[in-house]
Ligand binder design. Structure first.
Ligand SMILES: Cc1cc2nc3c(=O)[nH]c(=O)nc-3n(C[C@H](O)[C@H](O)[C@H](O)COP(=O)(O)OP(=O)(O)OC[C@H]3O[C@@H](n4cnc5c(N)ncnc54)[C@H](O)[C@@H]3O)c2cc1C
Ligand code: FES
Length: 353
């Protein structure tokens, strides 16, 4: 049997039990202690803590997210760190009023539908064996069969349909999970194992300012959950949804969002933007430039940014130039294994909670 240790989380003063083969973050999230995190794969540095006492195995933390000097100072990324003894950590805990976090749980699921919804993008629908409680925008970790690894994919469905979730998965050339499984052998009727919910990129229901949502590629997935949640629950937020893609063949759910916009009575504006193809009726250019052109100032708004890290970073800079503060900007970077070894794009302005 795998040995367990006690993790004391300061400044909360709470204790959780953590197995030696489990990350400290995973143990905390499963026992209802929701500490700051984003990628959960050692890339973004959001979960960095100070180890005050005890010994940890730092695991596969990226050399860019946890520098040698920080390792020497006793810092750790708790999404990769595993305990070797009882441990006390000091985390950067931030209180947020009106936010309810749901504990991470395991689920079995059946693939009910696979659809090629755009160029190299698959919509995968799953029927979970039980209901998952999540906030709109959060993600799940899916176990990749036979590989002993998980991949993170955002849930595109809002909490209202909690036993049936939709994932939007982009094929990555040479990618273990996508090229090697989702776009290869995965079939309707297959059983998959997953856990969730993860992440702090979700709709802040208490923020009723107009929201600018910018998604690149499958970065649309969590934004779809947010838009649907607002419209289906009658929440008051005015929504501006921008979806950036290269060509028309890379866009998906155009009819869906066009209909939703029409039915929303002016609450939702849907603006797809193509960077590499000119198509009548669709904006041309960079998605960030389109938002820049549409808003003289973004003061008084909140923004949700999601997709490839360079797009998220560019949108963040543009919005700050339009008088939006970091506290008004929520971001989810779709980091992958290459970002972990190259450092990806990391910003001191990273905000996930
Ligand atoms: C919070 C979060 C949410 C996400 N949500 C979504 C989503 O909703 N939809 C979506 O499509 N994606 C999403 N992603 C990205 C997703 O998790 C995967 O990273 C992506 O699907 C690729 O997985 P893969 O196993 O196919 O690729 P990987 O095997 O991880 O490979 C990715 C790329 O890196 C290269 N590579 C692999 N190993 C190395 C190495 N050691 N050094 C250098 N290069 C390497 C590969 O050749 C490939 O080009 C999300 C990511 C995060 C962090
Ligand atoms: S959540 Fe730990 S490094 Fe990203």
């Amino acid at each position: 049997m795998t040995h367990s240790h006690t993790i004391t989380v300061e400044p909360l003063g709470v204790e959780v039990s953590c197995r030696e083969d489990q990350s400290i973050l995973e143990a905390c999230l499963r026992q209802g202690v929701n500490l700051p995190h984003a990628c959960t794969h050692g890339t973004c540095a959001t979960c960095k803590v100070e180890v005050l006492d005890g010994e940890v195995d730092l695991g596969e933390a990226s050399a860019f997210a946890l520098l040698d000097s920080e390792r020497a100072e006793g810092k750790a990324l708790i999404c990769t760190a595993r305990p070797k003894s009882d441990v006390t950590i000091e985390a950067d805990v931030e209180e947020e009023d009106g936010v309810v976090f749901h504990a991470v749980r395991d689920f079995g699921a059946t693939v009910t539908r696979i659809e090629d919804c755009a160029n190299n993008i698959r919509r995968v629908e799953l029927a979970l064996d039980g209901n998952i409680d999540l906030n709109p925008g959060q993600y799940v970790q899916v176990q990749i069969p036979g590989q002993g690894v998980t991949r993170s994919w955002s849930v595109a469905t809002p909490p209202a349909s909690t036993d049936a979730i939709e994932l939007n998965i982009r094929r990555t050339a040479g990618g273990l999970a996508t090229d090697g499984w989702v776009f290869a052998g995965l079939a309707e009727g297959d059983r998959v194992a997953l856990s969730g919910p993860y992440g702090r990129f979700f709709l802040r229901e208490q923020r009723t300012e107009p929201a600018i949502l910018i998604g690149g590629g499958t970065g649309l997935a969590p934004l779809k959950a947010m838009v649907r949640h607002v419209l289906e629950t009658g929440a008051p937020q005015r929504l501006y949804l921008y979806h950036g893609a290269r060509t028309r063949a890379d866009l998906y759910d155009v009819d869906y969002f066009t209909d939703l916009e029409e039915q929303s009575g002016g609450q939702l504006s849907y603006r797809p933007v193509l960077s590499e193809e000119v198509v009548e009726g669709i904006r041309h250019g960079n998605v960030t430039a389109a938002v820049d052109a549409d808003f003289a100032t973004c003061a008084g708004h909140v923004a949700y940014l999601c997709g490839p890290p360079p797009m998220v970073e560019a949108a963040l800079k543009m919005l700050m130039g339009k008088r939006l503060f970091p506290r008004d900007i929520y971001r989810e970077d779709f980091f992958d294994s290459s970002d972990k070894s190259s450092g990806g794009v990391r910003s001191p302005l990273l905000r996930t909670s």
